[in-house]
Design a protein around this ligand. Structure first.
Ligand SMILES: *Cc1c(COP(=O)(O)O)cnc(C)c1O
Length: 343
């Protein structure tokens, strides 16, 4: 089986498992786990922030990051296909009392003019006031899209000017960094709060980091514990994340090459499904046209290729540590052949 459903599917490598087994640990609810503390400081530094909070998932890091900027009854603006809007099961509303308004975009690229139009920082007694904007880089459901740096700077300036916060869902910021060469710090500094995942392309089994100012992270630590998400000897997981930072960042370029190989193999057989030139990182989103996506995904599975049907006509394939370029190309041939059939 060539499994391209997600880059979360990777299993820890022997080297990563050895690092986990050797980790020094303590009780992280008491802030006494040396491996967690070291990771929090390291990732905060990498992203140009004062402090970090190690979290069980990217969803939790986003929930806390947005909540630090938005009070209950206020809103966060985001893309209609943002992970925070579509894939966190309404947590920002259900848990934080935060509402959302959204803009639509081509492939997830932040639409600066649309954001400017939606922004209502002081909406008065009738309308909901905007407290923050959230961006996603890379953009998952947009197809692994990298946000152009001038767009990021423009949204930063807009938010600063309006006095509203700016959150980055950087689950795959590592991929954007490797693909563009833009420094992690140069991304991180544009935002008030940033989440990054270790459990996607970096290949760790569990874990995400929220970074922000020291004061905000102190608040986030309280909110995390209130949700029951304080953890104890989490250093075994922090060690996996540290190992991933040491060994698995540069190799993301291989995942990007594999995604292109997959996309070109599909496009050779079904040109209307994807323009392979648009593939920037490790995610490929296909338009299945007349074919129901679920049907194509089921048939691919019969041919030992797993992809996700994420919409009626949308298939997503994600490359990762456990898939080679050759395997990705072979998978693209299978999916492209299915899409090229007229029935
Ligand atoms: C995976 C992902 C997350 C976090 O997902 P978890 O499964 O909660 O770790 C957040 N944002 C984006 C864009 C993602 O792809």
């Amino acid at each position: 089986m060539i499994d391209l459903r997600s880059d979360t599917l990777t299993k820890p490598t022997p080297g990563m498992r050895a690092a986990m087994a050797d980790a020094e640990v303590g009780d992280d609810v008491y802030a006494e786990d040396p491996s967690v503390l070291a990771l929090e400081e390291r990732v905060a530094d990498l992203l140009g922030h004062e402090a970090g909070l190690f979290c069980v998932s990217g969803s939790l890091a986003n929930l806390l990051g947005v909540r630090l900027l938005v009070e209950p009854g206020q809103e966060v603006l985001c893309d209609a296909r943002a992970h925070i809007a579509r894939a966190e099961l309404g947590a920002h509303g259900a848990v934080s009392g935060v509402t959302m308004r959204t803009w639509t975009s081509a492939r997830g690229v932040a639409d600066v003019a649309a954001i400017e139009e939606l922004l209502e920082p002081a909406a008065g007694p009738y309308l909901v006031s905007t407290a923050a904007v959230a961006l996603e880089n890379t953009h998952n459901f947009g197809g692994g899209t990298i946000q152009p740096h001038d767009h990021l700077r423009a949204v930063h300036d807009l938010c600063r000017g309006a006095g509203v916060g700016l959150h980055l869902d950087g689950a795959r910021l590592w991929n954007a960094h490797v693909a563009t060469g833009v420094g992690l710090v140069d991304y991180g500094r544009l935002f008030d709060t940033v989440s990054v995942c270790f459990s996607k392309g970096l290949g760790a089994p569990v874990g995400s980091m929220l970074v922000a100012s020291r004061e905000r992270i102190t608040t986030a630590r309280v909110l995390r514990k209130r949700l029951g998400a304080g953890w104890r000897q989490a250093g075994v997981l922090a060690a996996a994340a540290a190992y991933a930072i040491d060994h698995h960042i540069d190799r993301l370029a291989d995942d990007h090459a594999a995604a292109r190989a997959f996309a070109y193999a599909v496009a050779d057989r079904a040109p209307s499904a994807i323009d392979p030139a648009t593939v920037e990182t490790n995610i490929v989103v296909l338009d299945t046209g007349d074919h129901p996506a679920a049907d194509i995904a089921a048939r691919a599975r019969d041919a030992d290729v797993a992809v996700s049907a994420l919409g009626a006509r949308m298939i997503r394939a994600v490359t990762h540590l456990d898939v080679t370029v050759e395997e990705a190309r072979a998978a693209g041939i299978v999916v492209g052949t299915l899409l090229s059939r007229t029935t």
